[in-house]
Each structure stands twice: as structure tokens, then as C-alpha cells.
Design a protein around this ligand. Structure first.
Ligand code: SF4
Ligand code: SF4
Length: 135
């Protein structure tokens, strides 16, 4: 999909699973990259680019490819819902559950029943879209 150089408008607070988180930490340490606190902008968005691009979370991969996460500039290239549905059926929910537990641990999420459904749906869509894109 098209993406404007140096835009980064979608690089805000991004949920990541444990494996994704660990991969980013490892990559950042290996490449001397230091996260920068900059409000709601992702700490790894620096000088107009993603400094951890090779290991960016699934959410970043699929931004602009699922209707739940539209590009604010309208460059969406959404994945065929049939492909997404098939991939969802083949995928597990482990990442979504682990992510939710982490959010509870950090006090970001108050109630399990309040958000788990939405979070699971969003992550399932994101994971499925990524799988579809990798085919
Ligand atoms: S996907 Fe859209 S909002 Fe995100 S960086 Fe690209 S052009 Fe900007
Ligand atoms: S990890 Fe990279 S692509 Fe994802 S929000 Fe941060 S800067 Fe943007």
C-alpha cells in the first residue's frame, strides 16, 4: 500500500505480545536504539521512520489493511474478508489472551469481561490479516 515518507501518523500506542515485545527489546539493544518518550507517539518512531521496522509488532504490519485500523490518509488496502475469516479460523487466540493478561498486570485494563471480546476480535483480525499478507 502507499504510505507517505516520514508520516508516522499511525505510530502511536501499539499493543504487542510478549514475543513481539522481547524481539523489539533484543533488536533495540543489538542496534543501540533507545526509545524516546514523546507523548502518544511510539517511542521507536524517530526522525521520520520506524527504528525497529524488521521486528515491528503485528499491529504495525496490518495497519491500513483491516477496517478496524484505517490509515488516516485513506491509503487502505484492506484484505479480502474471506481470506481474513479463513486465517482467523486457522489461528489460535493465545496471543490475544496473553496480551490481555499483560494489560491487566499493568493496570491498563480494569475488567476482563469489559474488553476481552473487543481485544480478541481486533487481534484476531490483525493476526489473520498478517497471515493473509504473507501468503
Ligand atoms: S499508514 Fe497512513 S497514517 Fe500510517 S504512516 Fe502510512 S500514510 Fe501515515
Ligand atoms: S513499532 Fe514502528 S511501525 Fe510500529 S508504531 Fe512504533 S514506529 Fe510505528
Amino acid at each position: 500500500m502507499r504510505c507517505d515518507d516520514g508520516c508516522g501518523a499511525c505510530c502511536g500506542v501499539v499493543p504487542a505480545g510478549y514475543d513481539e515485545y522481547n524481539a523489539i527489546i533484543e533488536y533495540a539493544l543489538a542496534h543501540g536504539i533507545k526509545p524516546i518518550a514523546q507523548g502518544v507517539t511510539c517511542p521507536f518512531y524517530q526522525e521520520g521512520k520506524c527504528t525497529v521496522y524488521p521486528v515491528r509488532p503485528t499491529m504495525c504490519h496490518v495497519f491500513g489493511h483491516v477496517k478496524e485500523m484505517p490509515c488516516v490518509k485513506g491509503y487502505n488496502v484492506n484484505v479480502d474478508p474471506k481470506i481474513v475469516r479463513k486465517a482467523v479460523e486457522e489461528s489460535g487466540k493465545d496471543s490475544a489472551v496473553l496480551l490481555h493478561e499483560a494489560l491487566v498486570d499493568f493496570g491498563i485494563v480494569k475488567s476482563t469481561s469489559e474488553v476481552l471480546g473487543d481485544l480478541t476480535s481486533l487481534l484476531e483480525a490483525a493476526m489473520a490479516a498478517q497471515r493473509a499478507l504473507n501468503r
